[in-house]
Write a protein that binds this ligand. Structure first.
Ligand code: DGT
Ligand code: CA
Ligand code: CA
Ligand code: ZN
Length: 590
Protein backbone atom coordinates (compact mmCIF):
# COMPACT_ATOMS: atom_id res chain seq x y z
CA UNK A 1 0.00 0.00 0.00
CA UNK A 2 1.17 3.52 -0.65
CA UNK A 3 0.98 6.24 1.96
CA UNK A 4 -2.27 7.74 0.69
CA UNK A 5 -4.01 4.38 1.00
CA UNK A 6 -2.51 3.76 4.45
CA UNK A 7 -3.60 7.19 5.62
CA UNK A 8 -7.13 6.49 4.33
CA UNK A 9 -7.29 3.28 6.38
CA UNK A 10 -6.07 5.07 9.52
CA UNK A 11 -8.65 7.80 9.01
CA UNK A 12 -11.38 5.21 8.59
CA UNK A 13 -10.25 3.45 11.77
CA UNK A 14 -10.61 6.79 13.56
CA UNK A 15 -14.14 7.17 12.20
CA UNK A 16 -15.13 3.61 13.12
CA UNK A 17 -13.79 4.09 16.66
CA UNK A 18 -15.79 7.30 16.87
CA UNK A 19 -18.92 5.45 15.78
CA UNK A 20 -18.26 2.95 18.55
CA UNK A 21 -17.84 5.75 21.08
CA UNK A 22 -14.24 4.88 21.91
CA UNK A 23 -11.80 6.96 23.92
CA UNK A 24 -11.21 10.35 22.21
CA UNK A 25 -7.44 10.11 22.72
CA UNK A 26 -7.29 6.86 20.82
CA UNK A 27 -9.42 8.35 18.04
CA UNK A 28 -7.19 11.38 17.80
CA UNK A 29 -4.07 9.22 17.68
CA UNK A 30 -5.34 7.57 14.47
CA UNK A 31 -6.41 10.85 12.90
CA UNK A 32 -3.03 12.38 13.68
CA UNK A 33 -1.28 9.22 12.49
CA UNK A 34 -3.01 9.48 9.12
CA UNK A 35 -1.80 13.03 8.83
CA UNK A 36 1.79 12.13 9.73
CA UNK A 37 1.88 9.26 7.24
CA UNK A 38 0.78 11.66 4.51
CA UNK A 39 3.49 14.19 5.23
CA UNK A 40 6.27 11.57 5.19
CA UNK A 41 7.94 11.15 1.80
CA UNK A 42 6.94 7.80 0.28
CA UNK A 43 10.53 6.52 0.28
CA UNK A 44 11.10 7.32 3.92
CA UNK A 45 7.91 5.52 4.89
CA UNK A 46 9.05 2.40 3.06
CA UNK A 47 12.52 2.45 4.55
CA UNK A 48 11.36 3.08 8.10
CA UNK A 49 8.70 0.42 7.83
CA UNK A 50 11.30 -2.10 6.61
CA UNK A 51 13.90 -1.05 9.20
CA UNK A 52 11.39 -0.90 12.05
CA UNK A 53 12.17 2.72 12.84
CA UNK A 54 8.70 4.22 12.38
CA UNK A 55 8.44 4.88 16.12
CA UNK A 56 11.24 7.43 15.83
CA UNK A 57 8.78 9.66 13.98
CA UNK A 58 7.08 12.10 16.34
CA UNK A 59 3.45 11.15 16.95
CA UNK A 60 3.78 7.48 15.95
CA UNK A 61 3.64 5.09 18.89
CA UNK A 62 4.26 1.38 18.99
CA UNK A 63 0.70 0.27 18.17
CA UNK A 64 0.43 2.65 15.24
CA UNK A 65 3.87 1.72 13.90
CA UNK A 66 2.96 -1.96 13.89
CA UNK A 67 -0.30 -1.29 12.03
CA UNK A 68 1.35 0.95 9.44
CA UNK A 69 4.00 -1.71 8.82
CA UNK A 70 1.37 -4.42 8.40
CA UNK A 71 -0.52 -2.27 5.87
CA UNK A 72 2.66 -1.28 4.09
CA UNK A 73 3.94 -4.82 3.67
CA UNK A 74 0.76 -6.93 3.31
CA UNK A 75 -1.79 -4.39 2.09
CA UNK A 76 -4.17 -5.64 4.80
CA UNK A 77 -4.79 -5.08 8.50
CA UNK A 78 -6.60 -7.66 10.58
CA UNK A 79 -7.48 -5.16 13.30
CA UNK A 80 -9.19 -2.98 10.68
CA UNK A 81 -11.12 -5.87 9.09
CA UNK A 82 -12.48 -6.94 12.48
CA UNK A 83 -13.32 -3.39 13.48
CA UNK A 84 -15.19 -2.83 10.22
CA UNK A 85 -17.17 -6.02 10.69
CA UNK A 86 -18.22 -4.91 14.18
CA UNK A 87 -19.90 -1.67 13.01
CA UNK A 88 -23.20 -1.88 11.06
CA UNK A 89 -22.61 -0.82 7.44
CA UNK A 90 -25.69 1.43 7.61
CA UNK A 91 -23.96 3.70 10.12
CA UNK A 92 -21.27 4.48 7.57
CA UNK A 93 -24.00 5.43 5.08
CA UNK A 94 -25.76 7.64 7.62
CA UNK A 95 -22.45 9.34 8.35
CA UNK A 96 -22.21 10.39 4.71
CA UNK A 97 -25.40 12.44 4.86
CA UNK A 98 -24.35 16.12 4.92
CA UNK A 99 -24.48 17.50 8.45
CA UNK A 100 -24.18 14.10 10.13
CA UNK A 101 -21.08 13.52 12.23
CA UNK A 102 -20.04 10.47 14.24
CA UNK A 103 -21.54 11.93 17.44
CA UNK A 104 -24.98 12.48 15.92
CA UNK A 105 -24.91 9.11 14.18
CA UNK A 106 -24.13 7.39 17.45
CA UNK A 107 -26.82 9.31 19.31
CA UNK A 108 -29.41 8.13 16.78
CA UNK A 109 -28.29 4.54 17.20
CA UNK A 110 -28.23 4.63 20.98
CA UNK A 111 -31.49 6.49 21.52
CA UNK A 112 -33.61 5.31 18.59
CA UNK A 113 -31.88 2.13 17.44
CA UNK A 114 -31.26 3.62 13.99
CA UNK A 115 -28.63 1.75 12.00
CA UNK A 116 -29.92 2.03 8.42
CA UNK A 117 -30.99 4.87 6.13
CA UNK A 118 -34.48 3.38 5.90
CA UNK A 119 -34.92 3.48 9.69
CA UNK A 120 -33.61 7.02 9.75
CA UNK A 121 -36.11 8.15 7.13
CA UNK A 122 -38.96 6.54 9.07
CA UNK A 123 -37.85 8.17 12.33
CA UNK A 124 -37.70 11.59 10.66
CA UNK A 125 -41.14 11.08 9.16
CA UNK A 126 -42.45 10.25 12.67
CA UNK A 127 -40.83 13.42 14.05
CA UNK A 128 -38.73 11.36 16.46
CA UNK A 129 -35.42 12.84 15.34
CA UNK A 130 -36.49 16.45 15.89
CA UNK A 131 -37.42 15.59 19.46
CA UNK A 132 -33.91 14.36 20.32
CA UNK A 133 -31.49 16.51 22.29
CA UNK A 134 -29.15 18.40 19.94
CA UNK A 135 -31.24 17.75 16.81
CA UNK A 136 -34.40 19.84 16.37
CA UNK A 137 -36.72 20.57 13.42
CA UNK A 138 -34.07 22.15 11.22
CA UNK A 139 -31.63 19.28 11.56
CA UNK A 140 -34.38 16.78 10.84
CA UNK A 141 -35.36 18.70 7.70
CA UNK A 142 -31.73 18.72 6.60
CA UNK A 143 -31.36 14.99 7.16
CA UNK A 144 -34.52 14.30 5.13
CA UNK A 145 -33.25 16.53 2.31
CA UNK A 146 -29.94 14.67 2.44
CA UNK A 147 -31.70 11.33 2.10
CA UNK A 148 -33.80 12.61 -0.81
CA UNK A 149 -30.67 13.91 -2.59
CA UNK A 150 -28.96 10.62 -2.01
CA UNK A 151 -31.80 8.80 -3.72
CA UNK A 152 -31.97 11.20 -6.66
CA UNK A 153 -28.21 11.29 -7.14
CA UNK A 154 -27.82 7.56 -6.58
CA UNK A 155 -29.11 6.93 -10.07
CA UNK A 156 -26.18 8.70 -11.74
CA UNK A 157 -22.41 8.41 -11.49
CA UNK A 158 -19.49 10.77 -11.86
CA UNK A 159 -18.01 10.71 -15.34
CA UNK A 160 -14.65 9.75 -13.86
CA UNK A 161 -16.08 6.77 -11.94
CA UNK A 162 -17.94 5.65 -15.06
CA UNK A 163 -14.74 5.95 -17.08
CA UNK A 164 -12.75 3.97 -14.51
CA UNK A 165 -15.35 1.21 -14.76
CA UNK A 166 -15.59 1.37 -18.55
CA UNK A 167 -11.88 1.37 -19.41
CA UNK A 168 -11.15 -2.27 -18.43
CA UNK A 169 -14.35 -3.47 -20.13
CA UNK A 170 -13.38 -1.67 -23.34
CA UNK A 171 -9.89 -3.17 -23.16
CA UNK A 172 -11.34 -6.64 -22.53
CA UNK A 173 -13.76 -6.39 -25.46
CA UNK A 174 -11.00 -5.17 -27.78
CA UNK A 175 -8.96 -8.29 -27.10
CA UNK A 176 -11.74 -10.76 -27.94
CA UNK A 177 -11.52 -12.58 -31.25
CA UNK A 178 -14.23 -11.54 -33.69
CA UNK A 179 -14.50 -7.99 -32.35
CA UNK A 180 -13.91 -5.70 -35.34
CA UNK A 181 -14.65 -2.36 -33.68
CA UNK A 182 -15.71 -1.30 -30.21
CA UNK A 183 -16.70 1.98 -28.58
CA UNK A 184 -18.26 3.24 -25.36
CA UNK A 185 -21.09 5.52 -26.54
CA UNK A 186 -23.76 7.57 -24.77
CA UNK A 187 -23.07 10.28 -22.21
CA UNK A 188 -19.68 8.71 -21.47
CA UNK A 189 -18.47 9.43 -25.01
CA UNK A 190 -20.03 12.90 -24.92
CA UNK A 191 -18.16 13.49 -21.66
CA UNK A 192 -21.14 14.62 -19.71
CA UNK A 193 -20.20 15.36 -16.07
CA UNK A 194 -22.41 12.54 -14.83
CA UNK A 195 -23.36 9.29 -16.51
CA UNK A 196 -26.58 7.28 -16.14
CA UNK A 197 -25.37 4.02 -17.66
CA UNK A 198 -22.63 2.71 -19.95
CA UNK A 199 -23.40 1.91 -23.59
CA UNK A 200 -20.92 -0.40 -25.29
CA UNK A 201 -21.12 -1.08 -29.00
CA UNK A 202 -19.30 -3.88 -30.81
CA UNK A 203 -19.02 -4.65 -34.53
CA UNK A 204 -18.95 -8.38 -35.15
CA UNK A 205 -20.40 -11.21 -37.23
CA UNK A 206 -20.31 -13.61 -34.30
CA UNK A 207 -21.98 -12.08 -31.26
CA UNK A 208 -22.58 -15.15 -29.07
CA UNK A 209 -19.12 -15.59 -27.48
CA UNK A 210 -18.85 -11.84 -26.94
CA UNK A 211 -22.16 -11.72 -25.10
CA UNK A 212 -20.97 -14.66 -23.04
CA UNK A 213 -17.75 -12.84 -22.06
CA UNK A 214 -19.64 -9.67 -21.22
CA UNK A 215 -22.08 -11.28 -18.80
CA UNK A 216 -19.47 -13.44 -17.06
CA UNK A 217 -16.63 -10.91 -16.70
CA UNK A 218 -15.34 -10.04 -13.24
CA UNK A 219 -17.17 -7.19 -11.55
CA UNK A 220 -20.62 -8.21 -12.81
CA UNK A 221 -23.09 -8.34 -9.95
CA UNK A 222 -26.21 -9.22 -11.86
CA UNK A 223 -27.23 -9.95 -15.45
CA UNK A 224 -30.37 -7.90 -16.08
CA UNK A 225 -30.97 -8.79 -19.75
CA UNK A 226 -29.47 -11.14 -22.26
CA UNK A 227 -30.25 -11.64 -25.94
CA UNK A 228 -28.52 -12.64 -29.17
CA UNK A 229 -27.24 -9.18 -30.01
CA UNK A 230 -27.54 -7.32 -26.72
CA UNK A 231 -26.99 -7.72 -23.01
CA UNK A 232 -27.24 -5.63 -19.86
CA UNK A 233 -25.45 -6.11 -16.57
CA UNK A 234 -25.21 -4.35 -13.25
CA UNK A 235 -21.64 -3.90 -12.04
CA UNK A 236 -20.46 -4.12 -8.43
CA UNK A 237 -20.26 -0.31 -8.33
CA UNK A 238 -24.00 -0.13 -9.07
CA UNK A 239 -23.41 1.06 -12.62
CA UNK A 240 -25.57 -0.47 -15.33
CA UNK A 241 -23.76 -1.43 -18.55
CA UNK A 242 -25.49 -2.14 -21.85
CA UNK A 243 -23.86 -3.98 -24.73
CA UNK A 244 -25.05 -3.86 -28.34
CA UNK A 245 -23.60 -6.01 -31.10
CA UNK A 246 -24.11 -5.15 -34.76
CA UNK A 247 -22.76 -6.34 -38.12
CA UNK A 248 -19.68 -4.31 -39.16
CA UNK A 249 -21.50 -2.43 -41.98
CA UNK A 250 -24.05 -1.11 -39.48
CA UNK A 251 -21.53 -0.02 -36.85
CA UNK A 252 -21.17 3.64 -37.79
CA UNK A 253 -24.93 4.25 -37.77
CA UNK A 254 -25.47 2.61 -34.39
CA UNK A 255 -22.37 4.38 -33.07
CA UNK A 256 -23.84 7.73 -33.99
CA UNK A 257 -27.27 6.80 -32.63
CA UNK A 258 -26.02 5.46 -29.30
CA UNK A 259 -23.69 8.40 -28.79
CA UNK A 260 -26.66 10.74 -28.78
CA UNK A 261 -27.68 13.00 -27.35
CA UNK A 262 -31.35 12.48 -28.02
CA UNK A 263 -31.69 16.16 -28.97
CA UNK A 264 -28.79 15.92 -31.39
CA UNK A 265 -30.24 12.74 -32.91
CA UNK A 266 -33.67 14.29 -33.41
CA UNK A 267 -32.13 17.27 -35.23
CA UNK A 268 -29.98 14.99 -37.39
CA UNK A 269 -33.02 12.94 -38.38
CA UNK A 270 -34.95 16.05 -39.34
CA UNK A 271 -32.03 17.17 -41.45
CA UNK A 272 -31.86 13.78 -43.15
CA UNK A 273 -35.61 13.85 -43.84
CA UNK A 274 -35.29 17.29 -45.44
CA UNK A 275 -32.89 15.58 -47.86
CA UNK A 276 -35.24 12.71 -48.52
CA UNK A 277 -33.37 10.34 -46.28
CA UNK A 278 -34.37 8.39 -43.24
CA UNK A 279 -31.67 8.11 -40.60
CA UNK A 280 -31.66 5.55 -37.81
CA UNK A 281 -29.41 3.20 -35.91
CA UNK A 282 -29.88 0.78 -38.82
CA UNK A 283 -28.59 3.03 -41.55
CA UNK A 284 -29.39 5.86 -43.91
CA UNK A 285 -32.07 5.01 -46.46
CA UNK A 286 -34.40 6.73 -48.92
CA UNK A 287 -37.21 8.08 -46.77
CA UNK A 288 -39.94 6.11 -48.52
CA UNK A 289 -38.25 2.76 -48.00
CA UNK A 290 -39.05 0.33 -45.22
CA UNK A 291 -36.13 -0.45 -42.99
CA UNK A 292 -35.24 -1.64 -39.55
CA UNK A 293 -34.83 -5.00 -37.89
CA UNK A 294 -37.96 -6.43 -39.50
CA UNK A 295 -37.30 -5.05 -42.97
CA UNK A 296 -35.76 -6.95 -45.83
CA UNK A 297 -32.35 -5.80 -46.98
CA UNK A 298 -32.84 -2.25 -48.18
CA UNK A 299 -32.18 -1.69 -51.85
CA UNK A 300 -30.72 1.23 -53.75
CA UNK A 301 -30.43 4.73 -52.33
CA UNK A 302 -27.72 5.39 -49.82
CA UNK A 303 -26.43 1.91 -49.23
CA UNK A 304 -25.12 1.21 -45.77
CA UNK A 305 -21.73 0.27 -47.09
CA UNK A 306 -21.12 3.69 -48.68
CA UNK A 307 -20.56 5.16 -45.25
CA UNK A 308 -17.95 3.70 -42.96
CA UNK A 309 -16.96 6.55 -40.65
CA UNK A 310 -18.80 9.25 -38.74
CA UNK A 311 -16.97 11.85 -40.87
CA UNK A 312 -18.59 10.33 -43.96
CA UNK A 313 -21.96 10.16 -42.25
CA UNK A 314 -21.91 13.86 -41.38
CA UNK A 315 -20.59 14.71 -44.84
CA UNK A 316 -23.50 12.85 -46.43
CA UNK A 317 -25.77 15.35 -44.68
CA UNK A 318 -23.64 18.33 -45.72
CA UNK A 319 -21.99 18.72 -42.33
CA UNK A 320 -18.47 18.92 -40.95
CA UNK A 321 -17.62 16.24 -38.38
CA UNK A 322 -19.14 17.11 -35.01
CA UNK A 323 -16.99 15.93 -32.08
CA UNK A 324 -19.05 13.81 -29.64
CA UNK A 325 -18.65 16.37 -26.83
CA UNK A 326 -20.62 18.93 -28.85
CA UNK A 327 -23.56 16.66 -29.67
CA UNK A 328 -26.04 18.19 -27.26
CA UNK A 329 -28.38 19.80 -29.75
CA UNK A 330 -27.16 23.27 -28.79
CA UNK A 331 -26.30 24.71 -32.18
CA UNK A 332 -23.59 22.29 -33.24
CA UNK A 333 -25.42 21.26 -36.40
CA UNK A 334 -25.86 24.86 -37.55
CA UNK A 335 -22.15 25.49 -36.92
CA UNK A 336 -21.16 22.28 -38.72
CA UNK A 337 -23.26 23.34 -41.71
CA UNK A 338 -21.24 26.56 -41.97
CA UNK A 339 -17.99 24.76 -41.24
CA UNK A 340 -17.72 27.02 -38.20
CA UNK A 341 -17.05 24.45 -35.49
CA UNK A 342 -14.21 25.36 -33.13
CA UNK A 343 -10.87 23.56 -33.11
CA UNK A 344 -11.44 22.11 -29.64
CA UNK A 345 -8.69 22.05 -27.00
CA UNK A 346 -7.01 18.66 -26.51
CA UNK A 347 -5.31 17.10 -23.48
CA UNK A 348 -1.99 17.33 -25.33
CA UNK A 349 -2.38 21.13 -25.48
CA UNK A 350 -2.08 21.47 -21.69
CA UNK A 351 1.41 22.66 -20.73
CA UNK A 352 1.06 23.11 -16.99
CA UNK A 353 -1.47 23.21 -14.17
CA UNK A 354 -2.43 25.77 -11.52
CA UNK A 355 -4.32 25.39 -8.24
CA UNK A 356 -2.76 22.36 -6.54
CA UNK A 357 -2.44 21.50 -2.86
CA UNK A 358 0.42 19.97 -0.86
CA UNK A 359 0.79 18.57 2.64
CA UNK A 360 1.33 22.16 3.77
CA UNK A 361 -2.49 22.41 3.77
CA UNK A 362 -4.90 19.56 2.99
CA UNK A 363 -2.99 17.80 0.19
CA UNK A 364 -1.72 14.23 0.51
CA UNK A 365 1.69 14.72 -1.10
CA UNK A 366 4.68 16.92 -0.44
CA UNK A 367 5.84 19.74 -2.67
CA UNK A 368 8.63 17.59 -4.10
CA UNK A 369 6.31 14.65 -4.73
CA UNK A 370 3.83 16.91 -6.53
CA UNK A 371 6.62 18.41 -8.64
CA UNK A 372 8.03 15.00 -9.54
CA UNK A 373 4.53 13.86 -10.56
CA UNK A 374 3.99 16.98 -12.67
CA UNK A 375 7.31 16.34 -14.38
CA UNK A 376 6.34 12.70 -15.03
CA UNK A 377 3.17 14.00 -16.72
CA UNK A 378 5.39 16.11 -18.99
CA UNK A 379 4.12 19.40 -17.57
CA UNK A 380 6.30 22.50 -18.00
CA UNK A 381 4.95 24.21 -14.91
CA UNK A 382 3.08 23.48 -11.70
CA UNK A 383 1.21 26.11 -9.71
CA UNK A 384 0.93 25.48 -5.98
CA UNK A 385 -2.07 27.05 -4.23
CA UNK A 386 -2.50 25.82 -0.68
CA UNK A 387 -5.33 27.09 1.49
CA UNK A 388 -5.17 30.36 3.42
CA UNK A 389 -5.44 30.77 7.19
CA UNK A 390 -9.24 31.07 7.51
CA UNK A 391 -9.71 27.58 6.06
CA UNK A 392 -8.86 26.09 9.44
CA UNK A 393 -10.22 22.62 8.70
CA UNK A 394 -7.97 22.43 5.64
CA UNK A 395 -5.00 23.59 7.77
CA UNK A 396 -4.76 26.85 5.83
CA UNK A 397 -1.38 28.59 5.88
CA UNK A 398 -0.66 31.67 7.97
CA UNK A 399 1.36 34.50 6.43
CA UNK A 400 4.41 33.07 8.12
CA UNK A 401 3.97 29.54 6.79
CA UNK A 402 3.20 30.92 3.35
CA UNK A 403 6.45 32.89 3.48
CA UNK A 404 8.32 29.70 4.30
CA UNK A 405 6.63 27.89 1.43
CA UNK A 406 7.58 30.65 -1.01
CA UNK A 407 11.21 30.29 0.08
CA UNK A 408 10.99 26.51 -0.26
CA UNK A 409 9.60 26.78 -3.80
CA UNK A 410 12.20 29.33 -4.85
CA UNK A 411 14.95 27.06 -3.53
CA UNK A 412 13.47 24.08 -5.34
CA UNK A 413 13.36 26.00 -8.65
CA UNK A 414 16.92 27.21 -8.13
CA UNK A 415 18.17 23.71 -7.31
CA UNK A 416 17.40 22.51 -10.83
CA UNK A 417 16.23 19.20 -9.38
CA UNK A 418 13.16 19.16 -11.62
CA UNK A 419 12.51 20.32 -15.15
CA UNK A 420 9.04 21.46 -14.14
CA UNK A 421 8.96 25.08 -12.97
CA UNK A 422 6.93 25.69 -9.81
CA UNK A 423 4.84 28.84 -9.43
CA UNK A 424 4.15 30.18 -5.94
CA UNK A 425 0.50 30.82 -5.21
CA UNK A 426 -2.37 30.56 -2.77
CA UNK A 427 -5.99 29.57 -2.74
CA UNK A 428 -7.02 32.57 -0.73
CA UNK A 429 -10.39 32.50 1.03
CA UNK A 430 -12.98 35.07 0.03
CA UNK A 431 -14.27 36.04 3.48
CA UNK A 432 -18.04 36.42 4.02
CA UNK A 433 -17.86 40.19 3.37
CA UNK A 434 -15.81 39.84 0.18
CA UNK A 435 -12.51 40.81 1.75
CA UNK A 436 -9.56 38.52 1.15
CA UNK A 437 -7.87 36.36 3.76
CA UNK A 438 -4.42 37.83 2.92
CA UNK A 439 -3.66 41.50 2.40
CA UNK A 440 -2.17 42.94 -0.78
CA UNK A 441 1.34 42.99 0.68
CA UNK A 442 1.29 39.22 1.10
CA UNK A 443 -0.39 38.49 -2.23
CA UNK A 444 2.15 40.74 -3.96
CA UNK A 445 4.90 38.26 -3.10
CA UNK A 446 3.22 35.44 -5.02
CA UNK A 447 3.30 34.51 -8.70
CA UNK A 448 -0.48 34.12 -8.70
CA UNK A 449 -3.57 34.10 -6.50
CA UNK A 450 -6.68 31.95 -6.74
CA UNK A 451 -9.61 33.28 -4.70
CA UNK A 452 -12.39 30.93 -3.55
CA UNK A 453 -15.44 30.78 -1.31
CA UNK A 454 -15.14 28.14 1.42
CA UNK A 455 -17.54 29.46 4.08
CA UNK A 456 -21.00 31.03 4.57
CA UNK A 457 -22.42 29.07 1.61
CA UNK A 458 -26.00 30.00 2.49
CA UNK A 459 -25.80 33.72 1.89
CA UNK A 460 -28.55 35.33 -0.16
CA UNK A 461 -27.92 35.31 -3.90
CA UNK A 462 -27.26 39.05 -4.05
CA UNK A 463 -24.96 39.01 -1.04
CA UNK A 464 -22.95 36.11 -2.46
CA UNK A 465 -22.72 37.75 -5.89
CA UNK A 466 -21.50 41.03 -4.40
CA UNK A 467 -19.10 39.17 -2.15
CA UNK A 468 -17.40 37.40 -5.07
CA UNK A 469 -17.35 40.52 -7.25
CA UNK A 470 -15.75 42.51 -4.45
CA UNK A 471 -13.00 39.87 -4.27
CA UNK A 472 -12.41 40.03 -8.02
CA UNK A 473 -11.91 43.77 -7.77
CA UNK A 474 -8.95 43.42 -5.40
CA UNK A 475 -5.50 43.83 -6.94
CA UNK A 476 -3.33 40.70 -7.27
CA UNK A 477 -6.27 38.38 -7.91
CA UNK A 478 -5.36 36.11 -10.83
CA UNK A 479 -8.22 33.63 -10.91
CA UNK A 480 -11.54 32.75 -9.32
CA UNK A 481 -11.71 29.15 -7.99
CA UNK A 482 -14.76 26.84 -8.33
CA UNK A 483 -17.26 29.63 -8.97
CA UNK A 484 -20.42 27.90 -7.70
CA UNK A 485 -18.92 25.52 -5.14
CA UNK A 486 -21.06 22.62 -6.36
CA UNK A 487 -20.08 19.06 -5.54
CA UNK A 488 -21.54 16.83 -8.22
CA UNK A 489 -24.14 14.33 -6.94
CA UNK A 490 -23.55 15.69 -3.44
CA UNK A 491 -24.55 19.31 -3.12
CA UNK A 492 -25.81 22.11 -5.34
CA UNK A 493 -23.67 25.19 -5.83
CA UNK A 494 -24.39 28.27 -3.75
CA UNK A 495 -26.89 30.82 -4.96
CA UNK A 496 -24.96 33.22 -7.18
CA UNK A 497 -25.53 35.27 -10.34
CA UNK A 498 -22.99 33.62 -12.61
CA UNK A 499 -23.45 36.15 -15.43
CA UNK A 500 -22.69 39.07 -13.16
CA UNK A 501 -19.59 37.34 -11.84
CA UNK A 502 -18.44 36.75 -15.42
CA UNK A 503 -19.00 40.46 -16.17
CA UNK A 504 -16.82 41.35 -13.19
CA UNK A 505 -14.09 38.90 -14.18
CA UNK A 506 -14.02 40.45 -17.66
CA UNK A 507 -13.96 43.98 -16.29
CA UNK A 508 -11.07 43.17 -13.94
CA UNK A 509 -9.02 40.96 -16.25
CA UNK A 510 -9.46 37.99 -13.92
CA UNK A 511 -9.43 34.39 -15.12
CA UNK A 512 -12.23 32.02 -14.13
CA UNK A 513 -11.06 28.49 -13.52
CA UNK A 514 -12.62 25.39 -14.91
CA UNK A 515 -12.01 23.31 -11.81
CA UNK A 516 -11.15 19.93 -13.31
CA UNK A 517 -11.73 17.86 -10.20
CA UNK A 518 -14.22 15.13 -11.25
CA UNK A 519 -16.39 16.09 -8.25
CA UNK A 520 -16.66 19.72 -9.34
CA UNK A 521 -16.18 20.56 -13.05
CA UNK A 522 -17.03 24.10 -12.00
CA UNK A 523 -17.62 26.52 -13.80
CA UNK A 524 -20.02 24.25 -15.70
CA UNK A 525 -19.46 23.74 -19.44
CA UNK A 526 -22.90 25.19 -20.24
CA UNK A 527 -21.59 28.69 -19.44
CA UNK A 528 -18.30 28.59 -21.27
CA UNK A 529 -19.22 29.07 -24.93
CA UNK A 530 -20.84 32.44 -24.35
CA UNK A 531 -18.28 33.54 -21.76
CA UNK A 532 -15.33 32.70 -24.00
CA UNK A 533 -16.95 34.49 -26.93
CA UNK A 534 -17.01 37.57 -24.73
CA UNK A 535 -13.27 37.21 -24.15
CA UNK A 536 -13.15 35.47 -20.77
CA UNK A 537 -9.89 33.61 -20.20
CA UNK A 538 -10.09 30.12 -18.70
CA UNK A 539 -7.60 28.05 -16.75
CA UNK A 540 -8.14 24.29 -16.46
CA UNK A 541 -7.16 23.62 -12.84
CA UNK A 542 -7.00 20.09 -11.41
CA UNK A 543 -7.32 21.31 -7.78
CA UNK A 544 -5.15 18.26 -7.07
CA UNK A 545 -4.88 17.10 -3.48
CA UNK A 546 -2.53 14.25 -4.42
CA UNK A 547 -0.12 13.29 -7.19
CA UNK A 548 -2.87 11.18 -8.79
CA UNK A 549 -5.16 14.23 -8.82
CA UNK A 550 -2.87 16.12 -11.19
CA UNK A 551 -4.00 13.96 -14.11
CA UNK A 552 -7.57 15.20 -13.60
CA UNK A 553 -6.75 18.11 -15.88
CA UNK A 554 -7.74 15.64 -18.62
CA UNK A 555 -11.25 15.38 -17.19
CA UNK A 556 -11.34 19.17 -17.25
CA UNK A 557 -10.33 19.16 -20.90
CA UNK A 558 -13.42 17.04 -21.61
CA UNK A 559 -15.61 19.65 -19.92
CA UNK A 560 -13.80 22.47 -21.74
CA UNK A 561 -14.47 20.73 -25.05
CA UNK A 562 -18.15 20.53 -24.15
CA UNK A 563 -17.93 24.28 -23.58
CA UNK A 564 -16.64 24.81 -27.15
CA UNK A 565 -13.26 26.03 -25.86
CA UNK A 566 -10.15 26.16 -28.04
CA UNK A 567 -6.60 26.34 -26.75
CA UNK A 568 -6.60 30.11 -27.26
CA UNK A 569 -9.24 30.42 -24.54
CA UNK A 570 -7.08 28.69 -21.94
CA UNK A 571 -4.09 30.16 -20.10
CA UNK A 572 -2.41 26.85 -19.29
CA UNK A 573 -2.06 25.82 -22.93
CA UNK A 574 0.58 28.54 -23.25
CA UNK A 575 4.28 27.81 -22.91
CA UNK A 576 6.08 28.69 -19.67
CA UNK A 577 7.70 31.89 -20.92
CA UNK A 578 4.35 33.30 -22.06
CA UNK A 579 2.65 32.36 -18.81
CA UNK A 580 5.40 34.02 -16.78
CA UNK A 581 4.92 37.13 -18.86
CA UNK A 582 1.14 37.08 -18.45
CA UNK A 583 1.37 36.68 -14.67
CA UNK A 584 4.03 39.39 -14.41
CA UNK A 585 1.90 41.82 -16.41
CA UNK A 586 -1.09 41.05 -14.17
CA UNK A 587 1.03 41.75 -11.05
CA UNK A 588 2.33 44.98 -12.50
CA UNK A 589 -1.19 46.20 -13.09
CA UNK A 590 -2.06 45.52 -9.45
P1 DGT B 1 -27.30 8.66 -19.63
O1 DGT B 1 -27.05 7.21 -19.79
O2 DGT B 1 -28.59 8.97 -18.94
O3 DGT B 1 -26.17 9.38 -18.98
O4 DGT B 1 -27.43 9.34 -21.08
P2 DGT B 1 -27.21 8.71 -22.52
O5 DGT B 1 -27.14 9.84 -23.47
O6 DGT B 1 -26.07 7.76 -22.51
O7 DGT B 1 -28.59 7.98 -22.77
P3 DGT B 1 -29.01 6.44 -22.90
O8 DGT B 1 -28.04 5.53 -22.27
O9 DGT B 1 -30.42 6.37 -22.42
O10 DGT B 1 -29.05 6.20 -24.46
C1 DGT B 1 -27.88 6.27 -25.25
C2 DGT B 1 -28.15 7.05 -26.51
O11 DGT B 1 -29.11 6.39 -27.32
C3 DGT B 1 -28.71 8.42 -26.30
O12 DGT B 1 -27.72 9.38 -26.02
C4 DGT B 1 -29.37 8.69 -27.60
C5 DGT B 1 -29.88 7.35 -28.02
N1 DGT B 1 -31.30 7.23 -27.67
C6 DGT B 1 -31.81 6.52 -26.64
N2 DGT B 1 -33.14 6.64 -26.61
C7 DGT B 1 -33.48 7.44 -27.64
C8 DGT B 1 -34.73 7.96 -28.13
O13 DGT B 1 -35.80 7.69 -27.61
N3 DGT B 1 -34.65 8.78 -29.23
C9 DGT B 1 -33.47 9.10 -29.83
N4 DGT B 1 -33.47 9.91 -30.87
N5 DGT B 1 -32.31 8.64 -29.39
C10 DGT B 1 -32.30 7.81 -28.30
CA1 CA C 1 -25.91 5.89 -21.19
CA1 CA D 1 -28.20 2.98 -22.03
ZN1 ZN E 1 -11.13 25.35 -2.90
Amino acid sequence: MNKTEIAAVLTEIGTLLELKGENPFKIRAYQAGARIVETLPEEELKQRSAAGTLEEVKGIGEALAQKITELQTTGRLEFFEKLKASVPAGLGEILQIPGMGAKKTRALQEKLGIDTIAKLRAACAANQVAALDGFGEKTQEKILAGIRNREAYGKRHLWQDAWDAAAPILAGLKKLPGVKQVEACGSMRRRLETVGDLDFLVATTEPAPIVEWFVTQGGVKEVTARGESKASVRLESGLQADLRLVPPEQFVFTLHHLTGSKDHNVQMRQRALARGLSMSEWGLFPADQKHGPSAEKPEGGARKTDIKTEEQLFKKLGLAFVPPELREGLGEIEAAEQDALPQLVEAADIRGVFHNHTTASDGHNTLEEMTAAAQALGLEYLGIADHSKSSVQARGLTEERLGAQIAEIKALNASGKFKTHVFTGTECDILPDGKLDFDAGVLGQLDYTVVSVHSSFRQEREVMTKRIIRALEQPHVTMLGHLTGRLLLEREGYEVDVDKVIDAALANGVIIELNASPWRLDLDWRHWRKAAERGLLCSINPDAHSTAGLAHFRTGVGAARKGWLTKEHILNTRPLAQVKKWLAAKRKGA
